[in-house]
Design a protein around this ligand. Sequence first.
Ligand code: PLP
Length: 371
Amino acid sequence: MQDTWKIKCLVPDLPSAEEVLPYLKEIDQNRWYSNFGPLVCQFEKAMASKLQQESPALTNLPSIATFSSATTALELMLRAADLPKPARILTPALTFSATAASIKITGHTPVFCDVDPASWCLTPELAKQIADQHPIDAVLPVAIYGYPVDMNAWAAFQHETGIPVFVDAAAALGNQSLHPDVPTCFSLHATKPFGIGEGGLLVAGSELVERARNLSNFAFCDGTSREVGTNAKMAEVLAAYGLAQIKRFPAVQVRRQTVLDRYIHFLGARRFHPQTAHYVPGTLLFDAEGKADEVEQALNKAQIQTRKWYFPPLNEHKAFHTGDVIPGKDGAFLPVISELKTRLIGLPFHAFLTEEELRHIADVITRTLEN
Ligand SMILES: *Cc1c(COP(=O)(O)O)cnc(C)c1O
């Protein structure tokens, strides 16, 4: 497919061939290409120690497993969790389709709800209100657009209610700190902040991690499958990219921060997520305050790509029509998400945007808003 945009939304910032080469040479030596090879093991250890450093609540090195994607990590996490079947799993209607797909494909029922207007997320407070009035067996909150969820608050929710929590932090690697009691998945897809091409991580208690890992390898146990498994392992080549990416990730984050700072300079902090001062997001949503469609049209006309992440909400997707939807206050239908749809527009956000391009994007937006 020909891409004709002058300015694209997402451009991956991955290690170069030269940066990956030393690791590929190790693979030549090892002649080991998959099945939990030495580079995958080394990558898992390095990620575990990086995540521990970023997580005050983790006093020990966390258990971690690699997968072929965040989607397979989410699926195998839910399978390994042994929830009642079908479990009613509360999740926000504003998220990527893979969140709900992981619920459905593992035989459970997504229960869609609205989000908090300040954080655009499903919060523990919202989940508590809902769980008081509706049967909920588990909660799958999402670190929307890569802004972290309050992990300690979710751990407290789980403790108080006895309802297990699993976090989809696919786009939040580098922002999301962890709690030892709350299983969390990350994506390493090329378009996420920590990209390697394709890949996923599960960080959780060792029992859950080992069961999910086993499911990713046909659930083999002593040469036979002890249950129906799949193949969702990470190949050694991708761990080579991962090891190279760990080294350069601080520089990746600086590049993204620099672009974010220019956007804030041109358009003002109040036009972005309230946590913008503290975190560099995975995808950058601009708050057009009711003019999302106008801004999108003007940008697209100027050959600037935009994305309506994540609209329409999942309950409107054909795949998830049978999911339950929790009505909002006064019976209104997902009022916060409906309003966000008129406000939010995904802007180009990647390391390779030039000052000139950023100025141009900001000019088109500013002119449109003034009309
Ligand atoms: C990207 C993303 C996924 C899927 O990740 P893959 O690694 O591409 O499978 C799932 N959930 C959310 C919230 C995402 O942003």
